[in-house]
Design a protein around this ligand. Structure first.
Ligand code: SAH
Length: 347
C-alpha cells in the first residue's frame, strides 16, 4: 500500500469505518497467524537507566523515581514460574545499561534459564554487537528494540542529543545479523506525531525486515519533561483508536509478523488488549513480577500494576481470550512466522 493510503487508514475516526478496518486486519491475521495468542511472561528486571528520553518515567534524571534491580535468583524464579504456568516464553526488559558487569549478569541468567526450554525475548536497549552476540549464544532468541519514531527530526524532539537515531537503527541491523527474531515499534499518539509519520514508520518496519512489532499508545508521565506545556495532547479515546488503527494497518501491511497487544492499551481501556487482538495483534505480555517492584517500573502514568501471576488472573486472561473466540498457545514459544532462521554467522 502507498504511504498516503496507509495514512488514510490511520486517520479513520468513524466507528463503522474503524470496525471495517479491524475486520479486514483480522482476516489477514486469521490467514497468516490464526486465531491464536502467544504469551510472554514479562520480567521487568530493573529500572536503572542511562538514557534520558524526555517522555519516559524511568529516565536517568527522574530523581523522583526509586530504583531497583532484581537479583539473579529473582529473575530465574520468575522464569521458572513462567515455565510452570505454561507461558512458553518470557520477555526480560529493563532500563538501558551498557557495562561488562551487566552483560555478564544477563549472560549468566540466560545460561541458568536455558534448561527450562522457554522462548526468551530480551528488551535491554542499545548495545554493541558483540554483546548481542553473547546473549544470543547464551540462549536469547528474540530482541525488542523500539525505534520510537522513524522520523529522525521527531526523534530528536523526544530525546536528548546524546541519543543517536542512527545508532538505534544500526542496533536493529546488528540484531538481525546476530540471528535474532528482531522486534521494533513506536509509541502512538505522541504529541506532534502525524499519521504520515506513522505510515512511514510502517515502511521502516518493512525496510528493517522486522519479525515482531511492539507498539503502544503514548501515555503522559507527570515527572517527564515531554510534552512541553502548550502542546496539544490527543484525548485518550482518540489515542486508543489511533493505536488500534496502527495495529490494524501494520497487520494488513506486514501480514505474518508477531504484533503485541501492549500493556499501555490496557492503561487506556480495561479491554484494551482484547481490542488489540481483534485489531490484529497476536501476542500478550502479562507481567509476572509480583508486588512492590512492579510499581517502580513506571514508564507512564496509570501503568496497570494488578497481579497477573495468580492462578485466578491466568484463568481470567484465558477467559477474556476465549470470549473473543481465540485460543492461548500454552507451552509454546510462539515464534514469529515471518522469521526464517538464517545461519548465524560466527556460531
Ligand atoms: N530500555 C529498553 C526498554 C525499556 S522501556 C529500550 O530502550 O528498548 C520500553 C518501552 O516503553 C520504550 O521502548 C517506550 O516505547 C515505552 N515508553 C516509555 N515511556 C512511555 C510513555 N510515556 N508512554 C508510553 N510508552 C512509553
Amino acid at each position: 500500500m502507498k504511504e498516503s493510503e496507509l495514512a488514510e487508514l490511520l486517520a479513520l475516526a468513524d466507528p463503522a469505518a474503524c470496525d471495517a478496518l479491524y475486520r479486514r486486519a483480522y482476516r489477514v491475521k486469521c490467514e497468516h497467524v490464526g486465531r491464536r495468542v502467544s504469551l510472554r511472561g514479562l520480567v521487568e528486571c530493573g529500572n536503572i537507566c542511562a538514557k534520558d528520553c524526555f517522555y519516559c518515567g524511568i529516565r536517568r534524571s527522574n530523581s523522583a523515581q526509586e530504583r531497583y534491580s532484581l537479583a539473579h535468583g529473582e529473575i530465574v524464579a520468575a522464569a521458572r514460574f513462567a515455565a510452570d504456568a505454561g507461558y512458553g516464553s518470557i520477555a526480560i526488559q529493563s532500563g538501558e545499561i551498557e557495562s561488562e558487569a551487566h552483560t555478564q549478569f544477563i549472560e549468566e541468567v540466560l545460561h541458568e534459564i536455558a534448561p527450562l526450554g522457554l522462548g526468551v525475548t530480551l528488551s535491554l536497549g542499545e548495545q554493541e554487537e558483540p554483546v548481542y552476540r553473547r546473549w544470543r549464544a547464551a540462549g536469547a532468541t528474540r530482541y525488542l528494540l523500539r525505534i520510537e519514531t522513524s522520523d529522525p527530526g521527531f526523534y530528536s524532539e523526544l530525546h536528548p542529543p546524546e541519543c543517536s537515531f542512527s545508532r538505534r537503527v544500526e542496533c536493529l541491523r546488528a540484531l538481525k545479523r546476530c540471528g535474532y527474531q528482531t522486534g521494533t515499534g513506536v509509541m502512538i499518539g505522541v504529541p506532534g506525531q502525524t499519521v504520515e509519520m506513522l505510515a512511514r514508520d510502517i515502511a521502516f518496519f518493512r525496510e528493517i525486515d522486522a519479525d515482531m512489532i511492539g507498539m503502544g499508545p503514548w501515555i503522559e508521565h507527570p515527572d517527564a519533561p515531554f510534552p512541553a506545556s502548550g502542546k496539544t495532547v490527543l484525548p485518550r479515546p482518540d489515542r486508543l483508536r489511533l493505536a488500534l488503527n496502527m495495529i490494524a494497518a501494520v497487520r494488513i501491511e506486514l501480514k505474518d509478523v508477531n504484533i503485541a497487544a501492549a500493556t499501555a492499551l490496557q492503561a487506556l481501556d480495561p479491554r484494551g488488549r482484547e481490542k488489540g487482538l481483534l485489531a490484529g495483534a497476536n501476542v500478550m505480555m502479562p507481567n509476572i513480577i509480583e508486588g512492590c517492584r512492579r510499581k517502580s517500573y513506571r514508564l507512564y502514568e496509570g501503568k496497570p500494576d494488578g497481579d497477573e501471576t495468580s492462578a485466578a488472573a491466568r484463568e481470567a486472561l484465558a477467559r477474556s481470550v476465549a470470549a473473543i473466540g481465540e485460543e492461548i498457545l500454552w507451552r509454546q514459544h510462539g515464534d514469529s512466522p515471518h522469521f526464517r532462521a538464517p545461519a548465524v554467522s560466527g556460531e
